[in-house]
Ligand binder design. Structure first.
Ligand code: NAP
Length: 282
């Protein structure tokens, strides 16, 4: 069997089109969804990511600003700037690009963002809302993965989902979202014993580790859905995921590629969250 591909680029394009239409409707009512991005320091990957976020926003009709600060910006100044953005009614989403320089307390900085503008979904109030099933912003990457499952009409009820990775931004929220859809969820991590025994039972596997070949064909039940969140480089320097794509696609029923899978969906879901922040404020 060769797995069907879940095309993240195509799905992200559809979502961006929907965002464009909803944004146009909101603009007709005099409200332009506005995202404020803060970048502290010169991290090269962060510079690329924030540029993408601005471009994605403007291409779909959202307003976006990128504020850049030197790496030695005092934490108090960053907190004061966030406070000002919290109080600005023209700003609907605030995103502080991570990682922050070592002298800053990331938890404190994220906690300073108003939950109503927390479009990354990293605030403890957003995490709590997800955990309790209340409305709030969901982190973009796992939310994008859920949209991918939805796009193939996959009914998670009673299915066994195995999430590999337990970070606050991917693994844990992913597990909660799957649970909310009535999957039976197993969360694996670096101390998990016999990962293969668990993944072989899974109807859905989400790999969010950051290591190549964490999931190989012998670890996958025939027909399973495999979602690859990982972003790594192979020996040739090309982007690859956590999953041995060539091997696993011969066993799985559905698989997401890297690149062109979860990455574009993450970007699209940030636009959705920003738009929804503006819609809620209206
Ligand atoms: P992270 O914070 O480093 O978490 C990695 C998780 O993997 C940890 O929970 C760790 O366990 C677990 N782990 C490490 N080695 C393992 C092993 N051999 N077997 C099982 N679990 C293992 O990373 P993250 O931020 O969640 O990101 C994960 C990957 O997704 C990275 O490659 C990142 O670049 C990528 N990512 C992609 C997107 C996208 O848009 N495509 C977005 C976000 C992240 P412990 O908790 O025990 O240490």
């Amino acid at each position: 069997m060769t797995a069907h591909t879940i095309d993240g680029n195509a799905l992200a394009r559809q979502i961006r089109d929907q965002v464009s239409h909803r944004t146009a409707a909101l603009k007709a009512r005099g409200i332009t969804p506005q995202l404020s991005i803060i970048l502290v320091g010169e991290d090269p990957a962060s510079q690329v990511y924030t540029r993408h976020k601005v471009n994605d926003s403007t291409e779909t009709g959202l307003g976006a600003t990128l504020e850049r600060y030197p790496a030695d910006l005092p934490e108090a100044q960053l907190l004061a700037r966030i406070e000002a953005l919290n109080g600005d009614p023209a700003v609907h989403g605030i995103l502080v690009q991570l990682p922050l320089p070592a002298h800053m307390d990331t938890h404190k900085v994220i906690a300073a963002i108003s939950p109503a503008k927390d479009v990354d979904g990293f605030h403890v109030a957003s995490a709590g809302a997800l955990m309790t099933g209340l409305p709030g912003f969901w982190p973009c990457t796992p939310h994008g993965c859920m949209k991918m499952l939805e796009s193939i009409g996959y009914d998670l009820k009673g299915r066994h989902a195995v999430v590999i990775g337990r970070s606050n931004i991917v693994g844990k929220p992913m597990a909660l979202m799957l649970l909310q859809k009535d999957a039976t969820v197993t969360v694996c991590h670096s101390r998990t014993q016999d990962l293969k025994a668990l993944t072989l039972q899974a109807d859905v596997i989400v790999a969010a580790v950051g290591k190549r070949n964490v999931l190989t064909a012998d670890m996958v039940k025939p027909g399973a859905v495999v979602i690859d969140v990982g972003m790594n480089r192979n020996d040739a320097g090309k982007l690859c995921g956590d999953v041995d794509y060539e091997g696993v696609r011969e066993v799985a029923g559905w698989i997401t590629p890297v690149p062109g899978g979860v990455g574009p969906m993450t970007r699209a879901m940030l636009l959705v969250n920003t738009l929804e922040a503006a819609e809620r404020s209206a």
